[in-house]
Ligand binder design. Structure first.
Ligand SMILES: CCCCCCCCCCCCC/C=C/[C@@H](O)[C@H](COP(=O)(O)O)NC(=O)CCCCCCCCCCCCCCC
Length: 218
């Protein structure tokens, strides 16, 4: 069904995860929610493999993934096939709290917006990784990407906790090894291929949300 969990013992390879984002787009540039969510699942698995200090982040991501999976498996599941169909369906039926949280605290539009904002962080972080020098620190790249994107949406306490978690990130070479893609040159090449697609998915979603004035859903 819509549940796209990967088996636990499957060997992790980050390029496969990033490929999931590539496969998000339909011919007419709509974003397929099952694939988008599968991409996030893979990223969360990767993050979990980096240590339990990240578990407060993965818990939140998993709960948002679960909300989307439940909507897909629910009675109106087919309305949630793409982000475009979801936005239309939820807006047409008054299912989004756009000014303050009310009767629809966990709408698909709201939940996906949180993942969408995190996708911007991912884009910025991967771009830094791609262009990083051998002695660059992943913790610095990660926290710069975070300050430029997600941080503005998080309260102080979460920002502090995130900052502490970033310090626990392994060094650049170890990080590349955990990605399980090959040599550092292969990692850089893979990122160069994956990033334009991630950016495209991000931009399409951003434009859609902007068009419907949904970028600030509380
Ligand atoms: C590899 C390092 C991982 C660093 C992750 C960077 C993102 C930091 C996010 C910190 C979020 C803390 C948890 C709480 C979040 C919520 O408050 C907040 C708002 O939700 P609400 O409006 O329902 O209250 N939630 C969010 O903003 C959604 C956060 C979703 C984060 C997903 C992060 C997945 C990271 C995957 C890492 C993969 C790295 C791969 C690189 C090669």
């Amino acid at each position: 069904m819509a549940d796209t969990a990967m088996s636990v013992d499957e060997k992790f390879c980050l390029s496969e995860v990033l490929d999931t984002f590539k496969s998000c787009l339909t011919e007419n540039k709509e974003v397929i929610i099952d694939k988008y969510v599968a991409g996030w699942r893979g990223l969360v698995r990767f993050m979990n493999s980096l240590g339990s200090i990240f578990s407060f982040i993965s818990k939140d991501a998993v709960s948002k993934i679960q909300i989307m999976v439940n909507l897909r498996n629910g009675e109106n599941g087919e309305q949630y096939f793409t982000i475009q169909s979801m936005v239309k369906y939820e807006l047409d039926n008054g299912l989004v709290d756009t000014t303050k949280r009310g009767s629809h605290p966990d709408s698909g539009c709201r939940t996906l917006l949180r993942l969408h904002r995190a996708l911007r962080w991912l884009e910025l972080f991967l771009e830094r990784l791609r262009t990083s020098a051998e002695d660059s620190k992943t913790s610095v790249m990660c926290s710069e990407a975070y300050s430029e994107s997600l941080a503005q949406f998080h309260p102080w306490l979460i920002q502090k906790a995130a900052g502490m978690a970033f310090c626990a990130l392994p060094g650049r070479l170890t990080f590349f090894e955990v990605m399980n893609v090959g040599s550092p040159e292969q990692v850089v090449a893979m990122l160069g291929e994956a990033l334009p697609l991630i950016s495209e998915v991000y931009q399409i979603t951003e434009d859609l949300y902007a068009k419907h004035d949904l970028l600030g859903i509380p």
